[in-house]
Write a protein of this length. Sequence first.
Length: 332
Amino acid sequence: MTAPRPRRVFVYRDRRLLEALVEVVHNALRRWPIGHASIWEDALRNPAWRDVSPDRADYFLVPVTFSCADTVVWRGRFPTLTHERGRRHFLAFDAAIRAALQMLPHFRRHSRRHLCLQLGDLNEDFPAFEGLVLFKHAACRSSKALALPYWVRPELWRAAVRAGPIERCSLDLCFRGDAALVPLRRRLEAAIDSARKAGLRCSFMHRPNGAPDGREVAAYARELATTRFVLCPRGVASNSIRFFESLLFGRIPVLVSDDAKLPLEGLIRFEDFVVRVPEKDITRAHQYILEFLRGRSISEASRLAQAAFLDYLSSETAFVQRSLDSRRFVRP
C-alpha cells in the first residue's frame, strides 16, 4: 500500500497583499487594542511550499497570525466573553478578520481549504474562521480547530542541549510561574505541599505574570534540567506552554486541564509520557505521578517525551505540513 502524497500548500506570498491584510486588521482595531496580526515569515521561507501553484493546491495558507488578548474575564472556573465590553472587543476583532480574508483572491472560491492560525490564550474560536482549517494554541476538545504547539523560546533550546538524563535529577516535581493567574492555579501551593508530605522532592516559585528577564529564564531552565516531573496547570488557555517546554527537556509534564486538545493526538501516544490530572484533583497530583511510575521506566518515558517534541512539534511549518498529511482530505 503506497503512502498518501504530501498535501500541496499554496502560500500567499505577495508582500503588498499581506501587508495590506495586516493593516486592515490594525486599522479596524485602533479603538479596541486587543487584537494583532503579523506576517508568518517561516511560512514564506519554507521551500516545500515555494513552488505550489493555486490550481494544483490542496490547501491555501494565509501566512498571517491572528492573536487576541485582554478580552477574557473569569467568572467561576472558566473564562467568559459574555460581559458587554469583552463581547464588543471579540466581535470587533472577528469583523476585522472577516474583512481581511475577503481580500484574498482565492478565498471566495476555496474558503474551506484555507488555513489560518489563531494564536494567544483565547479558547473561543472566531466565527470568521468557521468552515476554514484553523490551527490555534488554545484548542479545546469541543473546538473543530487543530491544536497548535506553543513555540519554545531559543534560550530554553540552548539549555535543553546541556540538560542531563532524567535519572540524575535532584527534584521530583516543580512549578515556577504565576500561581494566581486563574482560580485553578491558586491551589498549586496546596498541591506541592501534598506532594512533599508524600515524600516527593519539590520546588515551588510564584512569579507574578509578566515577561521574564534573562536571569529568570536561566533559573527556570536550571529547574527544568533538574526536575523529573513539571506541573503544567492550564492558564487562561486550556493548555500550558510549560507542557511543551517540559517535553523539549525530556521531562514528564503533569498536565492539569479538563479540556486541552493536544497536537496530533491521533499520531502521538501522549499517555506514554504525560501525566494527566483532572482539575478537581490538582491537590492529589502526586497520586497520579506515583501511579504513572508503577511498572514504567522513567528513562524510557523521558526519551519518548523528547523524541515526540523533536520529531513532531519542534518546527512550525513541518508541524502544519504533518498535520495536513495526517488529516482526512476530500478534494471538492
